[in-house]
Design a protein around this ligand. Structure first.
Ligand SMILES: NC(=O)c1ccc[n+]([C@@H]2O[C@H](COP(=O)([O-])OP(=O)(O)OC[C@H]3O[C@@H](n4cnc5c(N)ncnc54)[C@H](OP(=O)(O)O)[C@@H]3O)[C@@H](O)[C@H]2O)c1
Length: 276
């Protein structure tokens, strides 16, 4: 089944029209979901007006109405208010409804406990490039979700970018790698801009060089069959400039810094899930 076929005629409700909710609505409309099949609710009227203006979707009067208009409900609110939202909408869902949560760190079991009844649930960990349709999402199925629900979720996630199924216990690591990952690349970009500035380059020129280099390198990584190690070799010629830079990265422990950073993010994700 193609993404288009899976989404055809489906009524989708988005609760929370913030960064992620709006990105999803935008992506779904671009994927040819008929705007009037998408209902959105947010407590912030301004965000609803913005999303209606941009995407011409239906604006629900409440979370409950959003649910009553939809076959699939996407929970795109912050994790700390998920419980309140679910308790409000639970009575409007039935065993046919599919609920997709993108709230970071809230387990399938916890969300099910908020519903206080069996529910077809899918939990997703997206990342920030979803805002430009280039996101990386990992998802896990709840125990009542079927193969049909999975197809629907995949079609919806394709509006965000790429996706991969993982067992739920892997989602903490996903959070540490692709969830937090954009910030690691942004940090590298920031430091390269600072270094170029210190060496005499204007900031706007340095930004242009670094941003386009990041974009092009990202495209090669995404499209290429080669490992990063091989790609590095293609840039670094013997005795050249790249090799000089790579020697410093190695000598000063760049690899260990990255490993430690990912490990810290992983640990923190587990702590947050456990409520520490
Ligand atoms: N942003 C990311 O990079 C990212 C990455 C991975 C996962 N996520 C997950 O995605 C979810 C959404 O994140 P976001 O960045 O889009 O957050 P956001 O921009 O704050 O959007 C959430 C929206 O929900 C609204 N809201 C609050 N209470 C509500 C209620 N009772 N009913 C309906 N709407 C309500 C908020 O309004 P107010 O602002 O007025 O409260 C806000 O407009 C979060 O759970 C987050 O963990 C985000």
């Amino acid at each position: 089944m193609t993404a288009k076929a899976a989404l055809s005629g489906l009524k989708i409700g988005v609760i929370g029209a913030g960064n992620m909710g709006q990105a999803l609505v935008r992506g779904l409309v671009e994927k040819s979901v008929y705007p009037q099949n998408i209902s959105v609710f947010d407590i912030d009227r301004k965000k609803l007006d913005a999303v209606r203006k941009e995407a011409h979707v239906r604006i629900a009067k409440s979370n409950r109405q959003c649910v009553s208009l939809s076959d699939v409900i996407i929970l795109a609110v912050k994790p700390q208010i998920l419980r309140e939202v679910v308790e409000d909408i639970a009575s409007g869902t039935d065993k046919e409804s599919l609920v997709i949560s993108i709230a970071a760190g809230v387990s399938l079991a916890k969300i099910e406990s908020f519903f206080k009844k069996p529910v077809c649930l899918i939990r997703v960990m997206p990342n920030m490039p979803a805002l430009v349709g280039a996101g990386m999402s990992a998802f896990s199925l709840g125990k009542h979700a079927t193969a049909r629900h999975r197809k629907i979720a995949e079609a919806i996630l394709s509006a965000f970018g790429e996706y991969v199924p993982v067992p739920e216990k892997m989602l903490d690591l996903v959070t540490a790698v692709s969830g937090s990952g954009p910030a690691y690349f942004f940090l590298l970009a920031e430091k390269m801009i600072e270094a170029a500035y210190e060496l005499g380059m204007k900031v706007d020129i340095a930004k242009k060089l670094v941003y386009q280099t990041a974009f092009g390198s990202g495209r090669i990584l995404a499209d290429s069959q080669e490992d990063p190690e091989d790609l590095i070799e293609r840039v670094a010629s013997k005795g050249g400039t790249t090799e000089a830079a790579l020697k410093i990265f190695k000598k000063q422990g760049f690899g260990k810094v990255v490993h430690d950073a990912v490990r810290a993010a992983h640990r923190r994700s587990k702590e947050m899930r456990e409520g520490v």
